[in-house]
Design a protein around this ligand. Sequence first.
Ligand code: ADP
Length: 622
Amino acid sequence: MNTQTTKTYEYQTEIKKLLDIVIHSLYKNREIFVRELISNAADSLEKIRHIQLSDKDTGKEDLPLEINIEINKDAKTFIISDTGIGMTKDELISNLGTIAHSGSTEFLKNLDNLKGDPANLIGQFGVGFYSAFMVSDHVKFITRSYVKEAEGLVWESDGKNDYTIDREEGITRGARIVLNISDEFIDYTDPEKIKSIIKQYSNFVGYPIKVNGEQVNTIEAIWTKTPADVTEEEYNEFYKFLTNSFTDPRFRKHISTDAPIQMNALLFFPDDNIEKFGFSRLEPGINLYCNKILIETQVKELLPEYFRFVKGIVDSEDLPLNISRETLQDNRVIGKIRKFLVKRVIKFLQDQAKETPDKYIDFWKEFGQFIKEGVHSDFDNKNELAKLLRFESNKTNDDKYKSLEDYVSSMPSDQTDIYYLHGDSKKDVDQSPYLEMFNSNDIEVLYLFEPIDDFVLSALREFDGKKIVSCDSAEIKFPKSKKKKSKSEKSDEAPSNKDMKKFSDWMKTYLKDRISDVKVSDRLTDSPAILVNPDDSMTTHMQKIMQATQAEFKMGNKVLEINPDSSIIQKMFKLWEVDSNSEQLKLSTDQLTDNTFLLAGLPVDTKTMVDRIHKLMGNQVN
Ligand code: ADP
């Protein structure tokens, strides 16, 4: 080496941290270094293929596009070469010395959230090139970029603090990475072991991978075969290759069609939802091919955002090869594919729900949030997506779920609306006073638990022509047959409807600062009073969320409904009849109102309330 031209560079701090983790913590998965280096080589070959297709002059050197691995047990070396785009000196520095690139940044970001073994994460994010240092204490990256007059370069490092870069003559285009395998990992110089690792992780890489001259992988676009010719094992293997995952997919869909456009698609539904654990948002999961040539990975234009958990590939001959990430959005064929695919995915999930309901419920529990996101955001498809929603209700138990279709089909003929109620848990909603009238009349109510659920149903508005209404809505019209007992059935001592109305008018005036109206309720059986929401467009729960997130948002007006049959209300009525200025009446009215606020999950002034309760207690003791 010519020491005159050798320059030493220090790694960025984050890279040092990453290297330390890679070398010391990922010991269980050392073999993935093979997959990571092959994947970089394949990416680089893919890039040169694109360049060659779109620009006839550059990248012209006639080199076979392939990956060669040479293993030498005696020299204790593992060498992987590709004829891809290579790197310039600036690229070496920024790609291998800083953390500006995607995979590793994600890895580090998520490391802090991670409980347990960081090795679980590499499957999802990869640590890329640095994985070489898991088995090697000295790595050389020899490269020449495809750009005109690029110089041959040698990058070298022991994976600790720094690296050197030097020039070298006679280097062909691409990259050649030389790993000196440490003594303890010497089995990675066994060609048979390397071949089996390649079979496991990299079997579907689209370029020949040769180990000591012998091709190991099956280069096959299984999505272009007819489904009958693909085995279950091949599908699963391909999925694992595609997603770097260790588990089989939950569902898969293989589509082959000529109309409205020629297309083969292979879509997979993963087993678990990593967004659920608080990891960062998933990237779109579909790669786009044209006639088996990879155009772009993680294409966001092929499926709506809420289907970002779907992984797979789409291949269409009708696409121009020179399409780029920038032009994808405006491409007509892409638009057609997207329209077609979203309908097929929804239909597929509907079929799964019918054919394997238990499996679908498992899916729903893991991925339901994405379906909800779809109902909320995709106006064109919300009605079909809504069929995929699942709910617990006052008529389900033991972890059973209902669809909106189930709900509608078991509705009595005079019920016009679909009812729902929000709460923290099933137990919480089960005990809610808002359910009284529904339970006593055997009307089904769907339960919502997630903060976004109200927004989802509110975006949907109706299903199968039935309005979807929150149980705390002031507008609820009970079917006539379900109305409460008429006056004639009431005891003689009970105040008349007319008197009760007058009493409620007094209450309305007295409570004018807190309540927009007071009404005699026809929905309560046991509770003395309840707070209902006259705003048709936003439930109380939604208003609470808005208030928590937007300082300027004001909670909407509320209506107090009183139960004329409640003994408390009747006692208050009597107090009012005798003296509408009675302190006991006012204290009771204020406390009753506070109670309804609390039951509606709305804040009350605690100090005022406690003082008032003490007074009421004192009055009683006297
Ligand atoms: P990632 O692949 O996640 O970006 P890596 O650490 O594996 O992270 O690689 C960093 C960057 O180095 C790559 O994005 C690529 O630009 C470059 N690189 C790595 N290996 C090669 C290679 N064999 N040929 C050309 N460039 C490469």
